[in-house]
Write a protein that binds this ligand. Structure first.
Ligand code: PLP
Length: 401
């Protein structure tokens, strides 16, 4: 028995629906016994069997599969345009499952502006297993289609993309990179945490894996840590399930249930985040205390046109540079009353953080500064509070600087 059951058959009846509908109904149906519209939380570790190795239903043991997790996985697979979803204990759990495709001697090309944990995993953990990572600025492919020719694709087995990137919101051309990778028989994984499936669908653009930290926008309420991998291809899915079963990074039943609930409002939340983010970006651009604002929805963003083409929305994340040094940047953040200083992002509440000392502190200082993560950079996850209240909080915090 396969751990994922007959996924293709289960998902087929939903495939005609759009992402907005799938977020609400994907993989779900009323309980045939009780009529319950919402699925219960299957808080169980094991499942009764009628005879030796004959489970009553499709489930044997909850590390391998669990009904609550399966509902979330099916919903995520559908909304991303994939066939198989795996829900994991965290975004890093999902990332480690995909990277388990690499063996000693293999190499990976990764964006140079990635989530700090991804950088740390490659540089401090996988390096011990003789897997070598190269960190590059994929936007170079815009000027030179063959700029990745410098790498030895007998060794490079995977390209790791994050777009928009964290924290500098660079946009990479997923289609162009996957087309190049296919010629080299190299797998492509896209971390779609920032855009969410509502604003970007990497599988449709040729990616092999989509990875999410569900902790962020999909969870949306800053109350759950989880992750996911979604693929179209059954062979890839099989290897992922095998790895997950062996290593054990699974999303627990209650968290799966919470995330299935959160997913239902993802489409409306993303529109609200985006609407506020655009306005906050425009406001900050005009402030004399702000040196520069980075938001893909601003026309002066270097890849604004690409973002418009590749994404269905610009998202709720923006970064900006305070005019001044670390002390001034700190003073500004201390003045904020509504916007909270915290790591993480994608919740309904606005959160601000300081990449250089918080999320990206594990990146060596020279590399960090070379990439633009300087001491006066702040990353803002724009929440869905009243826009007027957010703008007033910024106004009150910037004025005394
Ligand atoms: C937070 C984050 C991760 C890691 O996810 P966790 O759920 O914290 O393990 C990976 N990628 C991106 C882009 C993130 O923002």
């Amino acid at each position: 028995m396969k751990d994922w059951g007959d996924t293709l058959k289960r998902l087929e009846k939903f495939k005609k629906y759009s992402a907005k509908t799938l977020a609400i109904h994907g993989g779900q149906s009323a309980d045939p016994i009780t009529g319950s519209v919402m699925a219960p939380i299957y808080q169980t570790s094991t499942y009764a069997q009628s005879d030796f190795a004959k489970p009553l239903g499709e489930f044997e043991y909850s590390r391998c599969q669990n009904p609550s997790r399966r509902i979330l996985e099916d919903a995520l697979a559908l909304i991303e345009g994939g066939n198989f979803g795996l829900a994991t204990s965290s975004g890093m759990g999902a990332i480690s499952l995909v990277m388990s495709f690499l063996s000693a001697g293999d190499e990976i090309i990764c964006g140079d502006d990635v989530y700090g944990g991804t950088y740390r995993y490659l540089s401090q953990v996988l390096s011990r297993y003789k897997i070598k990572a190269h960190f590059v600025d994929f936007s170079k492919i815009e000027e030179d289609e063959n700029f990745l020719d410098q790498f030895d694709f007998n060794k490079v087995k995977m390209i790791w993309l994050e777009t928009p990137t964290n924290p500098l919101l660079k946009i990479f051309d997923i289609e162009k990179i996957t087309q190049y990778a296919k010629k080299k028989k190299c797998l492509v994984s896209v971390d779609n945490t920032f855009a969410t499936p509502i604003f970007q669908n990497p599988l449709a653009l040729g990616a092999d894996f989509v990875v999410h930290s569900l902790t962020k926008y999909v969870g949306g309420h800053s109350d759950t840590v989880a992750g996911a991998v979604i693929v179209k291809d059954e062979d890839l899915a099989e290897k992922l399930y095998f790895e997950q079963k062996n290593v054990g990074p699974i999303c627990p039943p209650f968290d799966s249930w919470l995330l299935t609930r959160s997913l239902k409002t993802l489409a409306v939340r993303m529109r609200a985040h985006e609407e506020n983010a655009q306005k906050v970006a425009e406001y900050l651009e005009k402030s004399p205390h702000v040196e520069k604002v980075v938001y893909p929805g601003l026309e002066n963003h270097p890849q604004h046109a690409l973002a418009k083409k590749q994404m269905h929305g610009f998202g709720g994340m923006l970064s900006f540079y305070i005019k001044g040094d670390l002390e001034k940047t700190k003073a500004f953040v201390k003045n904020l009353k509504l916007v909270l200083l915290a790591e993480s992002l994608g919740g309904v509440e606005s959160l601000i953080e300081h990449p250089a000392t918080m999320t990206h502190a594990s990146i060596p200082k020279e590399l960090r500064e070379e990439n633009g993560i300087s001491d006066n950079l702040l990353r803002l996850s724009v929440g869905i509070e009243s826009l007027d209240d957010i703008l007033q909080d910024f106004e009150d915090a910037l004025k005394p600087l």
